[in-house]
Design a protein around this ligand. Structure first.
Ligand SMILES: Nc1nc2c(ncn2[C@@H]2O[C@H](COP(=O)(O)OP(=O)(O)O)[C@@H](O)[C@H]2O)c(=O)[nH]1
Ligand SMILES: [Mg+2]
Length: 215
């Protein structure tokens, strides 16, 4: 008798160029698969899928549960060589090719150390809305990267959120309060992966493991 279960979770990374998408993708996968480094250019031009299997992730009904994590990295907006429609077209195509069984969660990547303004709203939030359709709010989690800068400035996450600009508090309200602060410093990729995956899986469980079909 087979005593293992496997579930597949499909995640999409969306966000402005240099917000930290590829670096977040590496932490989710647990290895340096996506290109992420300091550069004057938008490094990611093509969407790229990376997969990772986490055995013995949990137990369910006496069986071992392993998790197959599939992460789709995307070019950011604004992009140094692609226009908005090109980025949108590439992400749409990759979503339908790679995630035929649906998307479990889009991770909207924003920098915690840069205030969210109307322009970001137009670029990033609108892109999520355009790509995922009217149900986007139920399948989006905000990831605030550079959480290490908050720690360095001795600002607590709750304080930060309390004094957040309307644009950010409105967005968090829209996505039913789903957010994660990212602090990659002083942690190995595996340690960070454990923290991130646990939070994301909580949100996916709250959604009853539903996935969104993207046309
Ligand atoms: N300190 C710090 N640096 C980060 C964080 N996330 C990303 N970075 C850095 O920001 C730069 C851009 O990140 P990258 O993942 O390439 O951004 P992308 O263009 O959205 O894919 C890289 O040098 C990363 O190492 C974070 O949470 N904290
Ligand atoms: Mg990138």
């Amino acid at each position: 008798m087979d005593d293992t279960f496997e579930i597949t979770v499909n995640l999409l990374l969306l966000g402005k160029t240099k917000s930290g998408k590829s670096s977040l993708g590496n932490s989710l996968i647990g290895s340096y698969e996506f290109e992420s480094q300091f550069s004057p250019h938008s490094l990611t031009k093509e969407c790229r899928l990376c997969k990772m299997r986490i055995p013995e992730f949990a137990r369910r009904m006496g069986k071992e549960l392993s998790l197959r994590l599939q992460v789709l990295d995307t070019p950011g907006l604004p992009h140094s060589t692609l226009n908005r429609e090109e980025v949108k077209g590439r992400v749409k195509r990759a979503l339908s090719q790679q995630f035929a069984e649906g998307l479990h969660m889009a991770l909207l990547v924003l920098r915690a150390d840069i205030p969210l303004c109307e322009e970001d709203n137009q670029h990033t939030v609108k892109l999520a809305e355009d790509l995922l359709g009217p149900n986007w709010k139920n399948f989006t989690t905000v990831v605030l990267t550079h959480g290490d800068k908050l720690r360095e400035s001795q600002i607590k996450e709750e304080e930060y959120l309390k004094s957040a600009p309307k644009m950010l508090s409105g967005l968090l309200e829209n996505v039913h309060g789903r957010y994660i602060f990212r602090d990659p410093t002083d942690r190995t990729l595996r340690e960070e992966r454990a923290i991130l995956v646990a939070r994301i899986m909580d949100f996916i469980r709250q959604n009853s493991y539903q996935s969104l079909q993207v046309q």
